[in-house]
Ligand binder design. Sequence first.
Ligand SMILES: [Zn+2]
Length: 91
Amino acid sequence: MTGGPSKLSCAEFQAQMPELIGLGKDAATHPHVQSCELCRALLADLETIAEAARELFPSVEPPDEVWEHIDSAIKREQADGIEPGLTPHRQ
Ligand SMILES: [Zn+2]
């Protein structure tokens, strides 16, 4: 036995947290968050990450520019001759 049925452990709550957020529920109003500073901080972190992800990837498809940017960056490094042994050859 670990505590009463009304008290979730942090691990139990954290396992439910992504689901709560995914369902669009306000996890901040959860009784565990109200009484647990640790999970309140964790929730704030998670929401910041979720918000940043939405801003970075507003659409499902990754923008072509990103891949072009990465591709040109790799080519530039190869041209400079930095660590030629570590970059895979592309023909
Ligand atoms: Zn907690």
